[in-house]
Design a protein around this ligand. Structure first.
Ligand code: ARG
Length: 261
């Protein structure tokens, strides 16, 4: 994770960002800190990147890399405003002794890659259409040695995979069908017949931008409907308020890069 000390909406690279809307950076830090505490209280170890002035989106740490089986596939940002973030992530992984593979292709890490370890022996789901480019899907498969399923995102509001789909445990996912092309919806229905299907209200509340340990599902507090659905299925929803960061087009999952050994 990376503190939003320098968080601001200084440019607009997704439809949620409005450079004229005021952002309370202090409140953003407070809300983010509650998220960090929530993870620690659930028993997770949280490493911190040092925020850098001039990189207002650095709080969205999910975009800096994608890690599976102890191997890190680095990010290469689409927009030049965020390009320098990739280096901070690379330095972190290299200093911690992770195996790091530098990318040649444009990809935004866990923003567009999700891993479902017990689905079909371990599947990577990958989005394209707005940020990550298709050649990066093949590059990730070669880097990580896991099958990559390409999914086409078609709605600019859901510009990253992780705002429209998430793993809720080791074998199942939740997704919003309307974010995907008709063919990609068919692929998801075939691979995940028991998936939780989210609705408009869930996705607009950034509810799908969640992290789960298989039982506890940490998600945006605005997504009350999705929390109810998950509860009925036996999960334990843990709502967190992240209204300031939503102004940058992100929520829970965007703030967290998961380290998978
Ligand atoms: N403002 C950031 C961008 O547009 C938000 C990134 C959100 N991160 C995510 N993993 N979806 O790039």
């Amino acid at each position: 994770m990376c503190s939003p000390e320098h968080f601001a909406v200084e440019y607009a690279i997704n439809p949620w960002m409005d450079v004229t809307a005021p952002v309370d950076a202090e409140l953003a830090v407070k809300q983010w800190d509650r998220l960090r505490e929530t993870l620690v209280n659930l028993g997770h170890e949280v490493h911190l990147l040092t925020p850098e002035r001039g990189l207002p989106d650095m709080v969205f740490a999910a975009n800096g890399a994608f890690v599976v089986d102890g191997t890190v596939y680095g990010a290469r940002f689409k927009h030049e405003q965020r390009a320098a973030e990739a280096e901070a992530h690379r330095a972190f992984y290299e200093s911690q002794g992770w195996r790091f593979i530098a990318p040649s292709e444009t990809n935004e890490g866990e923003g567009d890659f999700a891993y479902v370890p017990e689905a079909h022996g371990g599947l990577i789901l990958a989005g394209h259409g707005f940020r990550t480019e298709i050649p990066a899907h093949a590059e990730a498969q070669e880097a990580l040695g896991r099958p990559v399923i390409s999914l086409r995102l078609v709605d600019p509001r859901f510009y990253h995979l992780d705002v429209a789909l998430a793993a809720i445990d080791d074998a199942n996912i939740v997704y919003f069908p309307g974010a995907f092309s008709a063919a990609s919806q068919k692929v998801l229905a075939q691979l995940f017949p028991d998936a939780v299907v989210a609705d408009d209200a869930d996705v607009m509340a950034f509810g799908l931008n969640l992290v789960s340990d298989g039982l506890n599902v940490v998600l945006n507090s605005e997504a009350a409907g999705l929390a109810e659905k998950l509860k009925a299925l036996g999960y334990h929803p843990v709502p967190v308020e992240l209204a300031e960061l939503k102004k940058g087009g992100g929520s829970v999952k965007c703030c967290i890069a998961e380290l998978r050994r």
